[in-house]
Design a protein around this ligand. Structure first.
Ligand code: RIB
Ligand code: CA
Length: 311
């Protein structure tokens, strides 16, 4: 029986790569995409989500538009230096889909979907956690009714990517992350501790493209801008950190990861804004522990991604 999932996303190049991965994996049933600000304004991430599903031949999947800003902070300008002016690598992929096709109010959509099938739906946030936090505020029983939450975000023991201690999704709405990560539900955190160790080289991407499989060609078309960013910032040959696809990989092959349970809190001020504060001694915080992904079989993830995206 496939696991029913709702992907909460800010597409975004690696979001695009992750969603195609999920669509090609029979272990998963993608019920809907809910969109959020982050890699771009929510109007753009919503347009990109609709366009992505059109390109993937899956525009029967509903898209619910979500938050345009964090719970209590202002949204800064989008990181176009990472994901391009159009949010999808300026690769000429963004048409003008019918943006009316997007339901509104992602939080309401999440609540209605999960409460209609208690215990059966997994939430997969791969952007800022604003929609998830808003859904929790709307319906606190979501904690019991959600099967589990598998999120891309955070850095438990690894350095941050937007500050020495903060990862982008958590940094973009630390108050929302604090709510989500302190609620008593099952959360798996697929963070920079593992995603920065899963590198897609240029050769790997070229090999995907050489198969001429439709989804692989979409990936190869969308990544050049992201490769250039990685080459500039990480001084590698443009090898990509596989952030969002790693959350999908966890759903499909959890045995490729090693997790450890820790209670965590989220920094919301000063230099610790967006930091995942880990109770390493298991004595300071109460509540359900978060399963932190601490190690990964990176080669296994890359092989799994290749096998699926070239189908
Ligand atoms: O830090 C990486 C995360 O931030 C990914 O989800 C990427 O898409 C951006 O949203
Ligand atoms: Ca993302």
């Amino acid at each position: 029986m496939p696991e029913s999932i709702i992907i909460d996303t800010d597409p975004g190049i690696d979001d695009f790569m992750a969603i195609l991965f999920a669509l090609k994996s029979p272990e998963l049933d993608v019920l809907a995409l809910t969109t959020v600000f982050g890699n771009h304004y929510v109007e753009i991430t919503t347009r990109n989500a609709l366009r992505l599903l059109e390109l993937a031949g899956r525009d029967e999947i509903p898209v619910a538009r979500g938050a345009h800003a964090p719970l209590v902070r202002e949204y800064r300008e989008p990181p176009t230096f990472v994901h391009g002016m159009d949010g999808l690598g300026d690769a000429g992929l963004t048409g003008e889909p019918d943006s009316e096709a997007a339901h509104t109010r992602a939080a309401q959509f999440i609540v209605e979907a999960v409460m209609s099938r208690p215990g059966e739906i997994t939430l997969v946030p791969i952007g800022p956690l604003t929609n998830i936090a808003m859904a929790l505020k709307l319906e606190p029983r979501l904690v019991q009714a959600t099967k589990r939450v598998v999120l891309m975000g955070g850095a438990a023991f690894a350095p941050g990517n937007v500050s020495p201690v903060a990862e982008a999704n958590i940094f973009n709405d630390p108050e929302a992350a604090a709510l989500v990560l302190s609620a008593d539900w099952e959360v798996v955190m697929v963070g920079l501790d593992v995603t920065t160790r899963i590198d897609m080289s240029r050769q790997y991407i070229d090999a995907l493209s050489a198969t001429r499989a439709p989804y692989a060609e979409l990936v190869a078309r969308i990544v050049p801008h992201y490769q250039a960013f990685h080459a500039r910032v990480y001084h590698n040959d443009g090898a990509l950190h596989t952030h969002d696809p790693a959350a999908i990989a966890y759903l499909i092959r959890p045995n490729l990861f090693q997790t450890a349970p820790y209670r965590v809190r989220v920094g919301t001020s000063g230099v610790s804004t967006g930091q995942i504060v880990v109770d390493r001694e298991h004595k300071w915080y109460d509540g359900v522990a978060t399963a932190i992904c601490a190690d990964v079989d990176a080669g296994g993830i890359l092989e799994l991604y290749r096998e699926r995206i070239t189908r």
